[in-house]
Design a protein. Sequence first.
Length: 146
Amino acid sequence: MKTNIIPLVITALAIGHVCAQGTRPTVDRKPPPALLMPALDTDKNGELSATEISNAPTALLTLDKDGDGILSKKEILPPPPKDKKARPPLPSPVLVKALDEDKDMALSGDEIEDAAIALGLLDKNRDGKIDKNELNPGKPRGASAT
């Protein structure tokens, strides 16, 4: 009977070892934020004040690396992650939806020029600023905006 138990123990240990290898600690693989919010939110408080909204066209043009007056997809998004397993960066859906009227994932000169007006439409409670709940409408009230 002892000879039958040894192979069972070895098999159980081998299965345990294989299973343990598959359970690695989870690493936060959130994509880096799109460059729109960091460019617009100059005081870095996670909200857009009336001043930041009115300065939006100028702030957006700081992302125009090639100076053509248009923000291409490459200029809106941060560089792809070096870690191939990390998810590719995604733009802020609320900001892109508000600013990118023609849905081409780029911001034309006209869209940049109209940025303050487009952002103003996100101010649902008409308090002159865009708070975290307005930037993340899918999250329940009081939820973190990260």
